[in-house]
Design a protein around this ligand. Structure first.
Ligand SMILES: Nc1ncnc2c1ncn2[C@@H]1O[C@H](COP(=O)(O)OP(=O)(O)OP(=O)(O)O)[C@@H](O)[C@H]1O
Ligand SMILES: [Mg+2]
Length: 338
């Protein structure tokens, strides 16, 4: 991809807060009209990266171009073309959904009429038309996040940044937001979203960049990342948990398998398999010879969870993740740009 096809180009991005190197050489290229997920544990540098890309924070080093403009030298041009949904919402709780959207429209210099029209269009688009007059404090988490998303679209941005759009939502709310993001991407908006949810990246993103400690640890489509863990996996569910260790020993001793994972709660053994037919056959034979009953045997692709654990060494949290830090995403001006 040349830079001309890219909506976002990031090269060697570095940002330090005091002694803390939050971004340490991040690279990122996002093609126009695609959804790109930046996936990483707490403290990986996701919000810092989004804030630099959205011109809210100056970086120390690196090249960053958004919608064709350098964020350092042409921030106004960038701002005119982006929308941002921060990690923490900036809605007025007492006002209705429609009033909130109108207010954002006015903030970005749409005339009163146009702001009202735009509010109605967006409420309709995100399935909030019926609840537009209700005060936001009465909204469910999913509705609130959809309203947030609507607010970040007031100015019809080319590039939309979503910082953990579904954190804290229940599965239903998450699904609602996912549909809304798909709708946007379908209409040609480039979306960069950060997430800690592997499933979210898997379901929404054309490409995924896995970050930890402020730098890339892997890039690719969900399928390419799954290939990193090694082809396919075989899951064996036993009838009796008492046989888990014995069965794992049998499976682990087969040629070309990895170390089996044992999941006691689900009576399941899971193992990487390079030659699935051979391993499937040998597993069935081995368990039968040992008199161990299997309830189910299945071949599947690795999950992104397994990829993530494999890549990050299984800590699930960046070592920096527990440090306290100020979050300034609550500034309403940070949400949308005209
Ligand atoms: N304003 C700040 N001052 C000092 N350190 C900060 C500041 N903002 C972030 N940090 C530190 O920089 C690192 C990256 O933080 P960042 O918020 O970008 O991570 P994140 O990936 O968004 O994490 P989370 O998933 O928790 O939102 C962390 O170690 C964090 O503590
Ligand atoms: Mg964050």
């Amino acid at each position: 991809m040349t830079d001309l096809d890219a909506a976002i180009v990031v090269e060697g991005l570095r940002k330090r807060y005091g002694a803390k190197q939050a971004l340490d050489g991040l690279d990122l290229t996002v093609a126009r009209g695609t959804v790109h997920a930046v996936l990483g544990p707490n403290g990986a540098g996701k919000t810092t990266a989004v804030r630099v890309l959205a011109t809210l924070l100056r970086c120390d080093e690196g090249r960053v171009e958004v919608a064709g403009f350098d964020v350092r030298t042409r921030p106004d041009e960038v701002r005119r073309r982006i929308g941002l949904l921060g990690q923490h919402a900036a809605l007025d709780e007492e006002l209705g959904g429609r009033q909130n959207l109108e207010m954002f429209g006015r903030l970005y210099h749409l005339g009163a009429r146009r702001a009202g029209q735009r509010a109605d269009e967006l409420l309709e688009r995100f399935g909030l038309a019926d609840t537009g007059r209700k005060a936001v404090k009465q909204y469910s988490g999913g509705m609130r996040r959809r309203l947030d998303l609507a607010a970040s679209l007031i100015t019809e941005p080319h590039v939309l940044f979503l910082d953990e759009p579904t954190t804290g939502l229940d599965p239903r709310g998450r699904n609602e937001v996912w549909s809304a993001v798909r709708l946007l991407a379908g209409a040609g908006t480039t979306v960069l979203l950060t997430t800690q949810y592997l499933e979210e990246a898997d379901r929404l993103a054309d490409r995924i960049t896995v970050v930890d400690h402020g730098r890339n640890i892997a890039d690719g489509t969900a399928d390419e990342l799954k290939d990193l863990v090694g082809g396919e996996r075989i899951d064996v569910v036993l009838r009796d948990a008492a046989h888990l260790q014995a069965a794992a020993a049998i499976i682990g001793a087969l040629p070309d398998t990895g170390l089996p994972d044992i999941d006691d709660d689900n009576r399941r053994i899971s193992v990487a398999a390079t030659d699935r037919m051979a391993i499937l056959t040998e597993t069935i034979r081995g368990l039968r010879d040992a008199g161990i009953d299997a309830e189910d045997i299945a071949v599947r692709r690795p999950t992104l969870d397994e990829v993530f654990l494999h890549l990050t060494g299984g800590t699930g949290e960046s070592s920096a993740g527990t440090e306290a830090h100020a979050d300034v995403d609550t500034d309403p001006k940070a949400k949308v740009s005209a």
